[in-house]
Design a binder for this molecule. Sequence first.
Ligand code: FAD
Length: 434
Amino acid sequence: MALREGALRVKLLANSGNFYKLTSFLGVRSLSENVSSKPVTSSASETTGDHLIYTAEHFALKESLRKIIDQEINPYVDQWEAERTFPAHKIFKILGSAGFLGVNKPVEYGGLGLDFSYSVAVAEELGNIRCGGVPMAIGVQSDMATPALARFGSAELKKEFLLPSIMGDKVACLGVSEVGAGSDVSSIKTKAVRQGDEYVINGGKMWTTNGTQADWMCLLANTSDGPPHRNKSLFCLPMNLPGVQIARKIDKLGMWSSDTAEVFFDDVRIPCNNIIGQEGMGFTYQMLQFQEERLWAVANVLTVMDNIIQETIQYTRQRKIFKQPVLYHQTVHFRLAELQTEVELLRSLLHRATALYIKGNDVTKLASMAKLKGGRLVRELSDSCLQFWGGMGFTSDVLVTRVYRDTRLMSIGGGADEVMLGIISKYMDTLPRK
Ligand SMILES: Cc1cc2nc3c(=O)[nH]c(=O)nc-3n(C[C@H](O)[C@H](O)[C@H](O)COP(=O)(O)OP(=O)(O)OC[C@H]3O[C@@H](n4cnc5c(N)ncnc54)[C@H](O)[C@@H]3O)c2cc1C
């Protein structure tokens, strides 16, 4: 029933989508010129008939989102990158009103009630935003800070935090990493101690995306001294409470338009009802939440890689060296062919993992493999493509340079490559026995 309602809303969205006028594709010379609406990805040629997991509704959803990206986001990306932040409340309201912040969330909380394959389609489309920071911030809102709340939260909590996040009225952030604990989530130090009807929170979080703008945080904290996988809980923590302090905004190598904060908690009091699900289950919930985060990140970066290959083809086709286009040198077109092959392999893995996930399977191993491969491939691909742009690739005027900086994060954030290798090894039963 919910699925049908959701699918219907997708159709309505697509039909009303002509509000956003298509702009013409302008070429590849500069960042600001490249607010293209014309799909340039290799996968764009795929249609409903020959796509493994997407239906006409997936494509309608993507098309509708593309219009918002072209009209409301891409024209301002250069400005936001320079300002080192973007107006999250404004952009989330636009996306939330159109349904894009809760594609797979329950209809009763403002979502479209569709399955996770639609979130993957949205993540892919968001890869057309001409920077990494804004899509990452959107992903935190829709697929990183809210899955556990939607799945395990009480009706009251969902009404207070999930619904306004899906509608774009509240900005969410995710508080897992700390100064002393990123890869090793089990060793976080932030504590939530129960006192009567409240939890009192002390500690701090590091690398919090959306942290300077967020209205609430999905917070992981220790609620007992028990074993590290059983002593943690997830909470909805309003960011305007006394004792919540934004210590600083962190300056970064890339992802400039996304604000990243360090946050301190000094005797912050929240009602016991703000706990998500059961006390002591936070680590498990967060690990489940990571699955969607990792699949989302892979879907997003696939489009980025498609676009960079296409823009590199266009640039090297018109740029002549030694009396022929750069592209016609075999080392160039062979390398691009190799890279596109790798991208297609990753796409197949993502779509397979997604198909299994929406059928209710545990896809931890495949999601970890895809995240590992995505992080490594985008580093290799952005480096190779940047090389073919020559000096232009070292300027701030072209997308490939921004992608080179922004996507370096993928091998670190949301579980570093080595963490993915550890998970894959665990599933292969090859870790040293204790
Ligand atoms: C821009 C940005 C945004 C972020 N946003 C968020 C957010 O919104 N919320 C949030 O909670 N966190 C966020 N993070 C944090 C991110 O998830 C962590 O940086 C990441 O998990 C790595 O943790 P760490 O930085 O503490 O590195 P460490 O844990 O200190 O690891 C350092 C390095 O050790 C290596 N390593 C890790 N595990 C192993 C192993 N088992 N064997 C061998 N080597 C290993 C890896 O190469 C790793 O990069 C963000 C980070 C950045 C940079």
